[in-house]
Design a protein around this ligand. Structure first.
Ligand SMILES: N[C@@H](CCC(=O)N[C@@H](CS)C(=O)NCC(=O)O)C(=O)O
Length: 299
């Protein structure tokens, strides 16, 4: 029996057909393998997509939290900008108690005006009976005192600094604030030295002694003080004493120059830079009318 015949002697299936079937079977297996491979790839990609979807979900939820946080901060910011502490929209209650006159409080009043903040004033006279009683109750027993929403603050310089910081007139940095303080402290040093001539006169010292103090102490103190202010202004690019905007140092110095002028101690014609500073401050829109009204009174 030949290999091309079966046991019944029939011819064996065609060998080339058999090989075709075998190769087809192999091909099917290969395809099956590829299919499994593709299914695996598909399920991997699905896992990646799921993973990415999960990530996207998390990012969206983070975004929502951030949006909420941004809204909360916006609300908070809006609340602070309407807050009593930030000028114009102040709802805090301020009451300044002082004696009649500009005295120590004029720059404080001007800060309120610059910031467009309403404030009450209680104006006393030193011989007022009210003062006798009040003296026992105000901190340090002297005026001015600022009542800021129930908290009493004594000392004019502390009040001036407090309202200036509150309403944005204390410079734009701690360094500018320190310069404002330095200028004011220097002015106070000058006043203490300069007034020695008045102290001597009040003490009825002999005329020659008073004259000697004027020539040797008070006048040099004035010259040195004006020199210092001129030096500061020479460095300024804004024409104000500190930084590029008006500060409480300008208000304080200009007010003191006015007082010196009224007492014949400051003369505009001799001090062009200081005069320019005065004019700059007096022309500030929020102060112009107020300063004009002041110049019409003897206070
Ligand atoms: N260094 C204080 C001085 C305060 C002061 O001397 N106040 C005077 C009025 S200008 C006063 O209260 N005098 C009445 C008194 O002492 O009984 C300030 O700057 O506030």
């Amino acid at each position: 029996m030949s290999s091309s015949q079966n046991d019944q002697g029939e011819p064996a299936p065609n060998s080339s057909l058999k090989s075709k079937v075998m190769s087809l079977e192999q091909y099917v297996k290969l395809l099956e393998l590829k299919l499994v491979q593709k299914e695996q790839e598909l399920s991997d990609s699905k896992a990646i997509v799921l993973f990415m979807e999960d990530d996207i979900d998390k990012m969206q939820s983070n975004l929502a939290t951030l949006r909420l946080e941004a809204l909360r901060l916006q609300d908070q910011y809006a609340a602070t900008s309407n807050d009593s502490s930030s000028g114009k929209n102040s709802t805090a209650n301020y009451k300044l108690t002082y004696f009649r006159g500009r005295g120590f409080v004029e720059p404080i009043r001007q800060v309120f005006r610059m910031a467009e903040v309403e404030f009450d004033e209680d104006i006393l006279t030193p011989d007022d009976k009210t003062w006798e009683n009040l003296k026992k109750n105000v901190p340090f027993g002297q005026l001015p005192v600022l009542n800021a929403d129930g908290i009493e603050i004594p000392q004019s310089a502390a009040i001036l600094r407090y309202v200036s910081k509150k309403f944005g007139l204390a410079g734009k940095s701690p360094e500018e604030e320190a310069w404002c303080d330095a200028i004011i402290d220097r002015c106070k040093d000058f006043v203490v030295t300069f007034r020695q001539v008045y102290v001597a006169a009040r003490q009825n010292k002999p005329a020659e002694e008073i004259e000697k103090i004027r020539k040797e102490v008070s006048e040099p103190a004035r010259e040195r003080f004006f020199e210092i202010l001129n030096d500061v202004l020479a460095q300024s690019t804004s024409g104000f004493l500190v930084g590029d905007e008006v500060t409480f140092a300008d208000l304080f110095i200009v007010d003191n120059l006015l007082i010196l002028e009224r007492n014949g101690i400051f003369h505009r014609a001799e001090q062009p830079k200081l005069t320019a500073l005065m004019q700059k401050v007096h022309n500030l829109p929020n102060l112009r009318n107020h300063i004009e009204s002041l110049s019409k009174t003897s206070l």
